[in-house]
Write a protein that binds this ligand. Structure first.
Ligand code: ZN
Length: 125
């Protein structure tokens, strides 16, 4: 991992766990309002289907928020795994350290700015 992180790892992990707790709580609350038995099952369901009619008790905005929270939760989980592996803060594409400012702005970033730009350009093609 980048050397600038070595002294801050505990803080990073704490921040990631806080984010994770907040996201899980938000998902839990949302899905229980919708009478879903299990927030993860619901999150996976929401994430894996485009059939909005089956989720008739929620509107598109609710679903979009749930999808966003579920995706963020996965990113935070992945970041915690990389932290445990010692790969945290390194670009998943080129292996270079991700800039500190970028990581601080988004703790679960997986790509450096250059690789992120390339990925976005590729998506737009
Ligand atoms: Zn990169």
């Amino acid at each position: 991992m980048p050397s600038y992180l070595a002294s801050d790892l505990t803080a990073v992990e704490r921040a990631l766990r806080l984010q994770r707790g907040a996201l899980a709580a938000a998902l839990h609350e949302r899905t229980h309002q919708a009478d879903a038995p299990d927030e993860l099952a619901m999150a996976n369901y929401v994430d894996s289907t485009d059939d909005r009619a089956e989720a008739a008790s929620m509107n598109d905005n609710d679903i979009a928020q749930l999808q966003h929270a579920a995706q963020s939760l996965r990113q935070v989980d992945a970041a915690l795994l990389r932290l445990a592996d010692g790969n945290y803060g390194l670009c998943a594409a080129c292996g270079e350290p991700i800039a500190a400012a970028r990581l601080l702005a988004a703790l679960s970033s997986t790509l450096c700015l250059a690789c992120q730009s390339k990925a976005e350009q590729a998506q737009q093609r």
